[in-house]
Design a protein around this ligand. Structure first.
Ligand SMILES: [Zn+2]
Length: 274
């Protein structure tokens, strides 16, 4: 058999041809495909970093599932009170109330109002942030109200302006966030529109809507959500829910507590007005 050069069997030749062709294909793909592949990865990199940044910024959802605090108990900073959700216990009064310490108390707290201590501290910080932003003095126009205060306010409005107006403008006693000590009606010195819808259009009002979450406040009755919250737009009424929840709502662009907690909308009271 020596010296007898037999041609390679047909199968083997085919295999070699296929291998060479395959190697060529891989080589060409490698040469031209690799840079493309690389550039795709590079292009994706900023996105991936952005995703990580987003995840870091947005607090993990698990904090809220199950909720860290109750949304039912009046003593919880996450308590949800609306026309369908009465304060429980009905005549609840917060155990810790404080006068916010503002640099100019006579201007900034002209009515000598209190808030729940956490909310009072947050209001002080919010006032300081406003000053830093060059937007002047934050003013507290309404804070904690007792059940009786709210009853008086509601009845006065009812007596002077009629039941329909009272129902529209003031919460029934036992249904006001002010009774929780966690609601604050703000205005800003020199901006005007005190307790008026136009406050939302002032520079300070717009700044508050955009930044108050950093101190744990939300605009509780945003524009266009009356069917859910039961109240018309109130750009002055801020609700303290803590930085964690306020930031989570901002990041997720969820405007109301009802939507955040998947609660029923509360356009009206369960019982007719008496
Ligand atoms: Zn209010």
């Amino acid at each position: 058999m020596a010296g007898n050069k037999r041609p390679l069997p047909m199968r083997l030749r085919r295999l070699i041809t296929l291998s060479v062709a395959g190697a060529l294909v891989i080589g060409v793909t490698g040469l031209f495909g690799l840079p493309k592949l690389l550039s795709e990865h590079v292009a994706q990199l900023p996105d991936s970093i952005q995703n990580i940044a987003d995840q870091v910024q947005a607090k993990p959802v698990t904090i809220f599932d199950p909720p860290k605090y109750s949304i039912d108990e009046a003593g919880s900073i996450w308590a949800v009170v609306n026309k369908q959700r009465q304060i429980s216990p009905l005549k609840y009064k917060p155990s810790r109330l404080s006068y916010p310490t503002f640099p100019k108390p006579k201007i900034q707290n002209p009515y000598g109002l209190q808030l729940r201590t956490e909310a009072a501290l947050a209001a002080e910080q919010l006032a300081a942030s406003m000053q830093e932003a060059g937007l002047g003095n934050l003013i507290l126009n309404s804070g904690f109200r007792t059940y009786k205060n709210q009853q008086g306010l509601y009845n006065r409005t009812k007596d002077t302006r009629g039941l329909a107006v009272a129902e529209k403008l003031s919460a029934r006693p036992g249904h006001s966030e002010h009774q929780l000590g966690l609601a604050a009606d703000f205005s800003v010195q020199g901006e005007g529109c005190v307790i008026m819808v136009c406050f939302g259009k002032t520079e300070a009002g717009a700044w508050l809507a955009e930044n108050a979450h950093q101190q744990g406040f939300i605009v509780r009755y945003p524009r266009g959500y009356k069917a859910i919250t039961g109240f018309q737009y109130e750009p002055w009424h801020f609700r303290y829910v803590g930085v964690e929840l306020a930031t989570e709502m901002k990041v997720k662009a969820i405007a109301t507590l009802e939507e955040f907690w998947s609660l029923e909308s509360a356009p009206d009271y369960a019982a007719p007005a008496g």
